[in-house]
Design a protein around this ligand. Structure first.
Ligand SMILES: NC(=O)c1ccc[n+]([C@@H]2O[C@H](COP(=O)([O-])OP(=O)(O)OC[C@H]3O[C@@H](n4cnc5c(N)ncnc54)[C@H](O)[C@@H]3O)[C@@H](O)[C@H]2O)c1
Length: 440
């Protein structure tokens, strides 16, 4: 769905109405949660902001998390959801319309495809895939079944990012040829060394259920609770964080995929119980005519970098979380130091040229005020609530939102290209005909 300014205002009005709506039972969308971890609990809160959603069932591989999910949903809605032993029970239940997949990444493809085949609409957390080729399988399944897939990079549903998109599309930045985007942290938790609940052990954690399609390994609470640190389940910074950055860049720039990617990654500091880098730099080149620098370090977060900086010939925007700044280009550079080295006569003639006077001496003439730019801050509902409003709309209208299976495939595939480049120490290319990473 295209999001114009008018569209966005209409969306806001509808969102406000939706949250006050009284809904009859058959208007409701019944969505089961597959995975009830840290993100799923945020998603439950956001979903329950919409009275049209019900959460009748939850599934998780750690007992403590289903208990908390029951607690949370009972607290908000008065009744606790059923706890199912396996996600396939939710897929077999005809009274369930949709599922939220919020498990570790190595499970996403299988759960999404099985849910689509079972006739469910799917909200899948980012990254949609664990490997690039899985995206093609998911796209085929969505096409075959006619069900909705929405992917969970919620930032693009925020007002901030939609306003940035309008500015770019309206030509306010001129031609954008360079984008910088970063995601920096400096804590153990930021580096995914999360605390492990004290009651976790073989009685409360279902290890086989967690492993699923991943290689068999001995029971490990570190792997279970800090799965982002291990390659069997995650692509580290690229699939966890760059995927958000790429989703936004594709949305704001109307871009599909980079043709070429080069990246370097290193593990400098968080070496315990970890395989993936804590520092990553990547360059992505887009056929739409711009280059992207993505970077992330888990060893410093004081840098004043905004999350995104879009650099255009006429202006710049910096997009942070909940804040947008715009400033126009104000370039003052003349050729004085060049022509002062010419023979005097030629220099004098140069300055007499009317074109030079207009272009180079303009700022010396009349004093004037120039546009110093703008700052906007976003208030109100969290982007995840808005993101779910779009999911609800798609379920009802049967029209997919912008962040559908193709958008999810492409954002995740950028991350897979980054990781492949890091490992292979070479440039990785995209095959636009195949819609997958170029091989051979
Ligand atoms: N959009 C965002 O801003 C955002 C933020 C955080 C996480 N995420 C994404 O959400 C997903 C979950 O991340 P998290 O931080 O909540 O991780 P988490 O480890 O806290 O939660 C994952 C849960 O999945 C459960 N699980 C594992 N296998 C299962 C199975 N077979 N059936 C049911 N449950 C199973 C685990 O027990 C665990 O509780 C990831 O894909 C992550 O990338 C997105």
């Amino acid at each position: 769905m295209e999001m114009t300014r008018r569209g966005f205002l209409a969306m806001q009005a509808a969102l406000a109405a939706s949250m006050q709506a009284r809904v009859s039972a058959n208007d409701r969308v019944r969505a089961a949660f597959i995975g009830c971890g840290a993100r799923a609990h945020e998603l439950m809160e956001a979903m329950m902001a919409h009275p049209q959603f019900e959460i009748p069932a939850v599934i998780d591989a750690y007992k403590g998390r289903v208990e908390r999910a029951q607690d949370r949903i009972r607290g908000r809605r008065g009744a606790a959801p059923r706890v199912l032993k396996d996600y396939r029970e939710a897929l077999a239940d005809k009274s369930i319309d949709a599922v939220v997949v919020a498990t570790p990444d190595h499970w996403h493809k299988q759960m999404v495809i099985e849910a689509l085949e079972a006739g469910k609409d799917v909200y899948c957390e980012k990254p949609l895939t664990y490997r690039s080729s899985e995206g093609l399988e998911i796209i085929a399944a969505a096409r075959r079944t006619g069900r909705i897939v929405q992917v969970g990079s919620q930032g693009m549903s925020s007002m901030t990012q939609n306003h940035a998109r309008e500015l770019i599309r309206g030509g306010k930045l001129g031609k954008v040829t360079m984008i910088r985007a970063a995601y920096n942290r400096n804590t153990a938790s930021g580096a995914w060394i999360y605390p492990i609940p004290p009651d976790a052990g073989p009685e409360t954690v279902n290890w086989e259920m967690f492993l699923g399609p991943a290689p068999k390994r001995a029971f490990s609470l570190e792997r279970f609770f800090r799965w982002r640190c291990y390659e069997d389940y995650s692509g580290g910074i690229a699939t966890d964080l760059f995927v958000h950055l790429c989703t936004t860049i594709h949305y704001l720039m109307d871009a599909k995929m980079p043709a070429r990617v080069m990246a370097m990654g290193e593990l400098y500091r968080w070496k315990e119980s970890r395989e993936v880098p804590d520092t990553l730099n990547a360059v992505l080149e887009y056929p739409e005519g711009f280059t992207v620098n993505l970077s992330s370090t888990f060893n410093n977060q004081s840098s004043s970098e905004a999350s995104f900086t879009f650099l255009g010939t006429e202006g710049t925007i910096a997009v942070g979380w909940g804040e947008l700044r715009y400033w126009p280009e104000n370039v003052r550079e003349d050729n004085r130091w060049i022509v002062e080295s010419w023979p005097r006569k030629l220099e004098e003639e140069y300055w007499k040229n009317p074109k030079v006077q207009q272009e180079e001496l303009r700022h010396l003439n009349k004093p004037r005020l120039v546009d110093g730019g703008n700052v906007w801050r976003e208030e109100g509902q969290d982007a995840t609530i808005i993101h779910f409003w779009h999911f609800l709309n798609s379920i009802r209208s049967r029209k997919p939102y912008w962040q559908n299976e193709a958008a999810g495939h492409h954002a995740a595939a950028c991350a897979h290209m980054v990781n492949e480049s890091v490992k292979a120490h070479r440039m990785v290319e995209w095959d636009f005909a195949l819609d997958d990473i170029k091989r051979g």
